[in-house]
Design a protein around this ligand. Structure first.
Ligand SMILES: Cc1ncc(COP(=O)(O)O)c(C=O)c1O
Length: 353
């Protein structure tokens, strides 16, 4: 059949999500899910929903949730928008700020969805390589991003876990002639975040997700915080009822259960340090990580071999082929038992003679 697709879509390979295997006995450390369940209060909120609340359309603006977010960060209600996962937020943002004559600048390596969202828009992508073994921001990032209308940064970065200095984020927002997005999908696991910079820079949008730190990957909930003008503009692009009633109720309950949230975060941070130390003792090169995963290169630099070995032994991590990323794998921090299983297998393969 003759193709009626736009040529951009025909040319697109599409995003490959991390696999979701059906096997039961599997240690799944490949998509940065939280190893702990969501807040018990979120589960209660789901059970308390009536059939009536599903019969009717949800609140199109997810107002109660957005109000709670606005209060927490000390911004106006008109500075918050909710999404069906943060991928929904990213879709709105790319639709808003990229086009064939509006290039986007992305860091490399970074979230592999960005170039695909750009391709859907027919927008050129300026790739800015991260520098050195610790995947740092290049000093001339503003120079390299020149000509882009939109600059997308993940902080802490994925898949490396790197927390770029906050002061650099401030300089970038001040110096970049365009829209800046800081994707804070993993910021809850980090020492600091850039939410307060929204008050200083109207050209900054900060994106967050419930998928990782709130253990809501199966629920689909995210939000963005920015200046009122930007949030107003993004609102024109969103699906009318983009956040369902279940996600709104459960999300609000989880967001307000601050104690549970901090307990699980603390456990994940502690286990991240423990796993880092033990992998380093086995000769691994580990990029300093402020996220809920480690970007780790085995002693022989054969990321793919290590990935395959783990997979054969029912432990799944994420491998990103390529000259820069190919010597590493990305390992999500699991429960202490899951991490121990990964370590035991790893020690068998790499134990020093
Ligand atoms: C950097 C980054 N941003 C956004 C997302 C999307 O998260 P979600 O759509 O589940 O909110 C992910 C998921 O892996 C991610 O790694």
């Amino acid at each position: 059949m003759k193709s009626y697709f736009r040529p951009e879509i025909d040319a697109l390979a599409g995003y490959t999500p991390g696999e979701q295997p059906k096997l039961r006995r599997l240690v799944k450390l490949n998509t940065n899910e939280n190893p702990y369940p969501p807040s018990p209060r979120a589960m209660e909120a789901i059970r308390a929903l009536s059939g009536e609340s599903l019969r009717r359309y949800p609140d199109p603006a997810a107002d109660a949730l957005c109000k709670a977010v606005a209060e927490r960060y000390g911004v106006g209600r008109n500075q918050v928008i909710a999404g069906n996962g943060s991928d929904d937020i990213l879709t709105m943002v790319f639709r808003a700020f990229t086009a064939p004559d509006r290039p986007v600048a992305v860091l490399d390596p970074s979230y592999s969805l960005y170039p695909i969202l750009a391709a859907m828009q027919g927008a050129p992508v300026i790739r800015i390589p991260l520098a050195g073994d610790d995947f740092a921001l290049p000093e001339d990032i503003l120079e390299q991003a020149k000509g882009a209308n939109f600059l997308a940064i993940v902080r802490p970065n994925a898949p490396t876990g790197t927390l770029f200095p906050k002061e650099d984020m401030r300089k970038i927002c001040a110096g970049f002639d365009g829209m800046v997005m800081i994707d804070e999908a993993y910021a809850d696991f980090a020492a600091d975040d850039c939410m307060d910079l929204v008050k200083e820079f109207p050209n900054l949008v900060v994106s967050r997700t419930f998928s990782k730190s709130y253990a809501f990957a199966g629920m689909r909930l995210g939000y963005a915080v920015s200046s009122p003008e930007v949030i107003y503009g993004l609102g024109k692009l969103k699906d009318s009822y983009n956040v369902d009633a279940v996600a709104q109720a459960a999300g609000l309950a989880a967001f307000e259960d601050v104690d549970y949230f901090h307990q699980t975060l603390q456990a994940i941070r502690r286990d991240r340090e423990d796993l880092r130390k033990k992998l380093q003792e086995l000769g691994f090169k580990i990029v300093p990580s402020e996220a809920n995963f480690l970007f780790a290169a085995p002693p022989d630099g054969d990321g793919e071999g290590y990935f395959r070995y783990l997979r054969e032994n029912a432990v799944i991590v994420r491998y990103f082929p390529g000259p820069v990323t190919g010597s590493y794998v990305r390992i999500t921090i699991g429960t202490p038992e899951q991490n121990a299983e990964l370590l035991a297998l790893t020690a068998t393969r790499y134990k020093k003679a």
